[in-house]
Design a protein. Structure first.
Lengths: 413, 136
């Protein structure tokens, strides 16, 4: 039953030590993957192994450990580079999170390229991380922001987007996959429209890179951000992809150690890419962990990861449609969405629902999912969200359904 | 006690049919706060009698069953009491009012939001400093 046509879930689960945990005496059913993913043993071991055997400050010493640490750091960057099909090593900048990656673009590109009266185009479905930096930038520069809304089925309003392109925007920032609706946006189409309009594109890929094959060449984006912890890697490591030509002309983000070539009393010369944007001692352990996570995902195959999630989401949507009083948000067809299903059940507030589900060992997210404007535009104050990953199977969806049944009984629905 | 035991008939009744829900005019105290984690919102308005008692009280808000039932029950408990009584209110009093002893850290915040709002309002009215409104 657990062997989907694409992944052997039973086998995958053996690689994740945390899944052996009991929660309130029940099997852990972890369905909060859009918030963060669990880590396979290979990632945990790679990080421990780095600190046990190879730890030193990279790029600084000539001693053996520093050389090994530098190699480990470079190796991780090469893995990230090939994972998203970046064309050069220099195009992959390490940050501490997707949020920091987006802020890097705001500071190092935005402040020197966005001027008073310029148009910034965002979508209503952005995570706060890809909305608030641009709102601040607009406030600082006097630029204006226009938002692309959604259709009743939860797709972006491409007609509105196309009309906005006629107003010559300077920047178009959007999420590849909505963390609330699950909607996968046609990033290649948006980037192409934006490019023709002369705009620079920023893609928030925090919900797509972990779950599907993402090729920055095919998307044709200028910047793309994602984080390690949502893709089986550790917390505290993020990636910014940037087109080399853009990164080259940009001024640094943070300044200090490692990002400089030479420092004199009269000033400093910046280091080469990508180091220009990596000030201070870097999170080498995090990069090693991210590299191990990429290895793990590639061993499963990203196409299989994607089809597994489509299959599971499809099953979940079907099962949920039978629950009386439930409202499910986002596109109906699982192939149009990531493995994210947000819903409401009768008049049960999502936090109450989350408490009842937790007691059954089912971990889900409740609230606004850092997407308050989208939540409000749906006329809601909160939703409950189940999100899937490689170790989830139909039995997890079944456990969710049975816990929802319990909630309905408790609330007399 | 398991956390879902809190959702007894009484709590659900207060959630679905909240007592003292709405606005109070005129009022002497009006305070509002929210729980940033959950988005629960509670606003409490109080009319104070000449002898510094809670003559009338209403609450307004939205959020989970625990936060809203707790606010409604608190208004019933507080009505007619001296303002000084509000100062003495504690976490234990609220949990007792809800018929539980422990809700866990995440949900305790929901339960205590209305007490925090009422205390802040009363302290503000009395012109006292706001030094003990959360009572952890």
């Amino acid at each position: 039953m657990l062997r989907s046509e694409t992944l052997d879930v039973e086998l995958v689960r053996k690689d994740f030590p945390i899944l052996k945990r009991r929660i309130h005496g029940k099997r852990l059913v972890y369905l909060d993957n859009a918030a963060t993913s669990q880590k396979p043993k290979s990632v945990i071991d790679a990080i421990a192994d780095f600190y046990r055997k190879h730890n030193a400050n990279p790029h600084r010493g000539v001693h053996q450990l520093s050389i090994e640490s530098t190699e480990a750091f470079d190796e991780g960057r090469k893995k990230a580079m090939s994972f998203i099909h970046a064309s050069a090593f220099e195009e992959v900048v390490f940050t501490r999170s997707a949020t920091e990656s987006l802020n890097l673009v705001k500071y190092a590109w935005g402040r020197s390229h966005i001027r008073k009266g310029d148009l910034i185009v965002l979508t209503i479905m952005e995570h706060h991380s890809n909305m608030v930096p641009w709102q601040l930038l607009a406030k600082e520069t006097g630029a204006r922001i226009e938002y692309v809304g959604i259709t009743t089925e939860g797709f972006l309003d491409y007609g509105r987007l196309e009309r906005l392109m006629r107003e010559s925007p300077r920047l178009v920032a959007f999420s590849h996959c909505s963390n609330l609706l699950g909607t996968i946006n046609d990033a290649a189409r948006i980037c192409s429209l934006a490019r023709r309009a002369g705009a620079t594109t920023v893609v928030d890929a925090a919900q797509s890179v972990p779950h599907m094959k993402v090729d920055v060449q095919k998307l044709g984006c200028d910047f793309l951000a994602f984080s390690g912890h949502k893709m089986l890697g550790p917390t505290g490591i993020g990636v910014l992809y940037g087109r080399k030509a853009l990164l080259q002309e940009m001024e640094p983000f943070e300044s200090g150690g490692d990002m400089i070539k030479s420092v004199h009393i009269s000033g400093a010369e910046w280091n080469d890419l990508p180091y220009k944007f990596e000030a201070g001692t870097q999170n080498v352990g995090g990069v090693v962990g991210l590299g191990a996570a990429i290895d793990y995902l590639e061993s499963l195959g990203m196409e299989k990861v994607r089809s597994h999630e489509v299959e599971l989401t499809s099953y979940a949507l079907e099962e949920m449609s039978r629950v009386p009083g439930i409202t499910v948000y986002g596109p109906r067809d699982a192939s149009d969405r990531g493995g994210v299903v947000s819903f409401n059940l009768g008049d049960i507030h999502p936090h109450d629902l989350a408490s009842i589900l937790d007691e059954e060992g089912v971990a889900i997210r409740s609230g606004q999912h850092c997407a308050q404007p989208l939540t409000e535009s749906l006329g809601l104050s909160a939703t409950t969200r189940a999100s899937f990953y490689v170790y989830n199977g139909r039995d997890d969806v079944d456990a969710l359904m049975s816990a929802l049944g319990k909630a309905r009984r408790i609330f007399c629905l | 006690m398991s956390s879902s035991d809190i959702y007894r008939e009484l709590i659900l009744d207060y959630y679905r049919n909240p007592r003292n829900f709405g606005k109070l005019d005129p009022h002497d105290i009006d305070f509002k706060d929210s729980n940033p984690l959950c988005g629960d919102e509670v606003e409490i308005q109080v009319r104070v009698s000449p002898d510094k008692k809670i003559e009338d009280i209403r609450f307004f808000g939205k959020g989970c069953a625990i936060s809203q039932a707790s606010a409604s029950m608190l208004t019933e408990l507080a009505k007619g009491r001296p303002l000084e009584w509000v100062k003495e209110l504690s976490k234990a009093d609220i949990l007792k009012m809800l018929g539980t002893t422990d809700l866990g850290p995440a949900r305790t915040k929901c339960a205590l939001l209305s007490m925090k709002v009422l205390k802040a309002g009363v302290y503000g009215y009395l012109g006292a400093t706001l030094e003990d409104t959360t009572d952890h």
